[in-house]
Write a protein that binds this ligand. Sequence first.
Ligand code: PCA
Length: 331
Amino acid sequence: MKKLVKFAASASTTLMTTASLLIGSSSALAATKWDMPTPYADGIHHTKNVRMFAEEVKTLSKGELNIKVHSGASLFKHGEIHRAIRTGQVPIGELFMAMLGNHDEVFKLDNIPFLATDFESAKKLWDSSRPAVEKSLAKDGLKLLFAVPWPPQGIYSKKPVSAIGDLAKLKMRSYSPTLSRLSVLLKATPTTVQTPEIPQAFSTGIIDAMITSPSTGVSSQAWDYVSYYNDAQAWIPKNMVIVHNRSFKRLPKAVQAVVMKAAADAEKRGWEMAQQETQAKTEALAKNGIKVSKPDAQLQADLAKLGEIMTKEWAKAAGDRAKQILDAYNK
Ligand code: PCA
């Protein structure tokens, strides 16, 4: 009994984390409940995958750890999720990796155009950068559980885009410091808009173009505001699921192992889901009347040049870590 009380007392120190005693259960002595904020809507593959992860944790831990997923930024706004985990308000959560670009340069890598544009290269880039990402998170007392890509990013616009000059002067939606920098290089004006606000931002004229995935194009019903999707496949960004170290260590060893197993499964499954999502959602864009096209050679060459500039800028800003990552990636 002593042990139970100790567990319940330590777990209760984390706000919104509750430990309850399962009296009479033979397999589980104490159950822990974790609230998990995620930023994106239920129809997105990331959210589906996170729910499967929570389910697997519950099953494998025989109910000892119960993760309650709060999707669609319903518990915390996307911009608040990182801090909520860091400060222990919630033990676990999901966020877009490159949102932390101003927190640490290492996260900017995730949105650099034309560095890794197909899933195989994106996976290689992730394998090369993962140790640096884990190290950066660890400095804040955080642990990486898994990272899963979005479909490749393309250009949504009201008029066709055949060279980068067509993007100049546009009001471009941004979702990360790296994308804002790209917008400036394109001579467009970036405005940060989170996914739930995309329809309103278009309808009120705050933005008139965006670079994102077919998933987000579909979830924001882009056909109501734009007519063209240029499948430029500019980069393949990721979401990551992170946990507060203290909350993780408080779990019994066997449950920690369950979380890591479910995380590895979620990462593997998520990379497969992203590829299926790419095809399904690109088809959905076309079905809803958006003209889907591949980039002209000129546009591709123009964008590749900007990618080189941004890779150099990043390598300079991120120093030794950048060199290590890029050397490993280019090997
Ligand atoms: N959708 C998210 C991030 C990347 C993506 O494809 C967004 O647009 O905010």
